[in-house]
Design a protein around this ligand. Structure first.
Ligand code: MN
Length: 228
């Protein structure tokens, strides 16, 4: 180990349901991966290749912790998503083998400063500050695929203060999990510890201080946070 000039950053992780922790390397996110969400964002859903953006690994918010309302925004949106955890790396992964690279799954929230993202889109600037801010990725406990298999259908749902805001089915993804892994692994070599947020269904909307968000994915688990 090098003689570090400062204390090395803490390893990001997600608790595993039943014990242990999944160490996190990078956090990839898929944009516009459900047709109805693409429409509500003013886009035409089609089979154009998937596109990706990233959040820093230390944006993960664990264990139902409170989400401090982020600075520089007046429009904080929820995006409920299935999260895929890569256990085995690789480049140019074939669709047929993609699921062999998955260690497990979790329910996650891609919190978004929609006003900053919208301004960036308009000006042709990067999305990073709209998407990758502190605490922008609340996530529930990870469950291993060895326990639950590989969910390709089932309800994905988010409630705010007990009222359902987002509800859809995993089968409605434009690019399913194997296709997403195969495509992303052609852009970058995937590594153990990488997470992929697989996109949100329709119903995204603003939340404010005091709102409690509770998401659920059939056969996977839950994610919870309260904005403070
Ligand atoms: Mn998203």
């Amino acid at each position: 180990m090098p003689d570090y000039a400062i204390d090395p950053p803490a390893q990001a992780f997600v608790p595993v349901a039943g014990g242990g922790a999944f160490p996190v390397r990078r956090v990839f996110c898929v944009g516009r991966n459900y047709a109805e969400h693409a429409r509500e964002m003013g886009s035409d859903p089609d089979r154009e290749p998937p596109f990706f953006f990233m959040k820093p690994a230390d944006a993960l918010l664990l264990g139902g912790a409170e989400l401090p309302y982020p600075p520089m925004t007046k429009d904080l949106h929820h995006e409920m998503e299935l999260v895929v955890a890569i256990g085995r790396g690789g480049a140019d992964i074939a669709e047929a083998e993609a699921l062999d690279h998955v260690w497990g799954y979790a329910a996650g929230l891609d919190m978004t400063r929609r006003d900053l993202q919208g301004q960036a889109k308009k000006e042709g600037k990067p999305w990073d500050m709209g998407k990758g801010f502190d605490h922008s990725a609340p996530i529930g406990d990870m469950v291993p695929a060895s326990r639950i298999g590989h969910p390709s259908r089932g309800t994905i749902e988010l409630g705010v203060n007990g009222t359902v805001r987002q509800t859809s089915d995993l089968s409605k993804m434009i690019w399913n999990v194997p296709e997403t892994i195969a495509y992303l692994s052609r852009l970058v070599r995937l590594a153990p510890g990488d997470l992929i947020f697989t996109g949100t269904p329709e119903g995204v909307a603003a939340v404010g201080r005091g709102d409690t968000l509770e998401g659920r994915i059939d056969g996977v688990g839950t994610v919870k946070t309260t904005v403070v």
